[in-house]
Write a protein that binds this ligand. Sequence first.
Ligand SMILES: NC(=O)c1ccc[n+]([C@@H]2O[C@H](COP(=O)([O-])OP(=O)(O)OC[C@H]3O[C@@H](n4cnc5c(N)ncnc54)[C@H](OP(=O)(O)O)[C@@H]3O)[C@@H](O)[C@H]2O)c1
Length: 248
Amino acid sequence: MRHYIITGASRGIGEALAREVGLGDTTLHLVSRGSVTELMSQISRKGTEVFSYAFDLSRTDGITILTEEIFSNIDLNEANYIALVNNAGMLEPIGPIGKHETEAYRKNLEVNFVAPTLLCHEFIKRTSGFDGQLRILNVSSGAAKNAYYGWSHYCSTKAGLDMITAAINVEHGKRIGVFGFNPGRTDTKMQDEIREQSPEDFEHVQSFIDAKEQGILNSPQKVAIMMKIVLDEDRFETGSIVSTRDFN
Ligand SMILES: NC(=O)c1ccc[n+]([C@@H]2O[C@H](COP(=O)([O-])OP(=O)(O)OC[C@H]3O[C@@H](n4cnc5c(N)ncnc54)[C@H](OP(=O)(O)O)[C@@H]3O)[C@@H](O)[C@H]2O)c1
C-alpha cells in the first residue's frame, strides 16, 4: 500500500496532486482547514482510501497529535511507500516588514516554516523502523532565492524550507528521498491574491497581472504531474530543489 500525506489539499496545487496520485493501491491523508468532502468522494469512487484531517497549520503545538492521528491510519507492516508533501503555504502578510501586526507574521512563519519542519521531524521519527520507500517533498518557490519587496516572510520561510530539505538529505538522504519543488507561477487562489495587491505593498504586481492575461501561468494539473514524477521516479538527485524548468 502506498500512502501520501499532503498538506493544503483543499484547493490549488495540493488538490491537483491528490487527484494525480489518488489512483490504485493508494491511501491519501489530506490536511487542511477547508473542507475536502467533495474531493474525497470523487477520489474514493476510484477505489482509493482517503482520510482527511481538519487542522490549522498555524497551531503548531498540535503537530504531534496530528501526526499521531495520521500514523494511526498507516499500517507500517503493510505499507511499502510513504510520502510527506509539505504543500500548504500562505503569502500574507504582504507589504514591507514593520507594517502589519506581529500575529500576522507569526502565522506566516508557523504555516510556511515551523509546521512543515515539525512534520518532517515527526515523519522521520515515526518511520525510523520502516524498510519501504520514504519520500519528502517540500514545496518551495522562486521567492526562496529572491528577496521580493513586500514578501519578507514568504521569501524567508521558503528559503528556510530549502535548507531543511538540504539538511534532511545530509542526515537521512541514504534512507529518504527528500526534494524541494518550485512550481513556478501557477493558476491558483494564491495568484488571485497576488494580483489584488497594491503596487505600494507589492511592487511586482503588474508582472503577475500581465502573466495571467498572457495565459502563461502553469495549470495546477501540469504541476501535479511533475510533482508525482519527482516523488515516484528516480529522475532527480535526493536533496535537490527541482523546478518546472527541469522538465523542459
Ligand atoms: N501558485 C503559485 O504561483 C505558487 C508559486 C510558487 C510556490 N507556490 C507554493 O505552492 C504551494 C501551494 O500553493 P497554491 O498556489 O496551491 O495556493 P492556494 O490555492 O492558496 O492553496 C493553499 C493551500 O494551503 C492550505 N493552507 C493555507 N493556510 C493553512 C493553514 N493555516 N492550515 C492548513 N492549511 C493551510 C490551504 O487550505 P485551507 O485554506 O483549506 O486551510 C490550501 O489548501 C504553497 O506552498 C505555495 O507557496 C505557489
